[in-house]
Design a protein around this ligand. Structure first.
Ligand SMILES: C[S@@+](CC[C@H](N)C(=O)[O-])C[C@H]1O[C@@H](n2cnc3c(N)ncnc32)[C@H](O)[C@@H]1O
Length: 221
């Protein structure tokens, strides 16, 4: 039976993929890559471009940010994938970072599983782990607790000491206000592993940088 492979391609550096991810990309007949914007640029696809064999069918599917559209688009992408799986072709679905961390892959899986297709997921290096390595910052040790959240939930921080704020774009100011008020030190990282990679701990600079591919690692005593 044909298989759907959900592959985490890491933060965007073509050297930060697992060997398993590369081997699977090399052998699959079809590759589906998500893009968040109408222009059709897929960071996940650019990350793996050098590993794609000639003759592989490559398709970019647009997944808009809005919640309502996202479900419809996941269904559309799924219908394409289902069609190829029924032809007996193995399909790769690429995701930035890890497939199970804030990824469109999760929306896709529901449909694939409901129809009884074989699924294999290959993990990837998450953006926040790549960012921690970039800035040489320990995330947690011993019995410390790490909380990963989207920027929209930063207002719910209570007693957490080590937090990762993802999906920061367009929420930079409110997140920095919250972190500063609660006594956090923070480091901002954008485009980790990609061209234009930036790191900053300066509020004004962070507010200038504003990038969709950005996150914050924050900690306090
Ligand atoms: C839809 S989520 C995908 C997360 C991804 N699955 C992961 O494991 O990291 C998109 C968010 O991930 C973060 N992100 C992804 N790649 C990044 C990178 N190269 N540099 C900084 N942040 C990144 C940003 O916070 C962005 O808003």
């Amino acid at each position: 039976m044909a298989t759907l492979y959900g592959i985490g391609v890491g933060p965007g550096d073509s050297e930060l993929l697992t060997v398993k991810a590369v081997r699977t990309i090399e052998k699959c007949q079809v590759i589906v890559a998500p893009c968040a914007t109408e222009d059709g640029e897929s960071i996940a696809l650019e990350t793996v471009r050098e590993y794609i064999k000639p003759g592989t069918e490559v398709i970019i599917k647009h997944f808009p940010m809005g919640k309502k559209d996202r479900v419809i688009k996941a269904l559309e992408a799924y219908e394409f994938i289902e069609c190829r799986l029924k032809e007996g072709k193995d399909v790769v679905f690429l995701t930035i970072g890890d497939p199970y961390v804030y990824s469109t892959y999760s929306h896709m899986l529901k449909h694939v599983r409901d129809c009884g297709f074989e699924v294999q997921t290959i993990p990837g290096i998450t953006s926040f782990c790549a960012a921690a390595s970039l800035v040489n910052k320990t995330l947690v040790v011993g019995d410390e607790k790490l909380v990963v959240m989207p920027a929209t939930k930063a207002c719910e921080i209570t007693d957490e000491k080590f937090v990762i704020i993802m999906k920061l774009y367009k929420h930079e100011e409110e997140v920095l206000d919250i972190l500063e008020e609660k006594g956090f030190d923070y480091v901002y990282a954008s485009r980790v592993g990609r061209e234009g990679e930036m790191v900053s701990t300066e509020r004004e600079e962070i507010l200038q940088l504003r990038d969709y591919m950005s996150l914050i690692i924050a900690s306090r005593n």
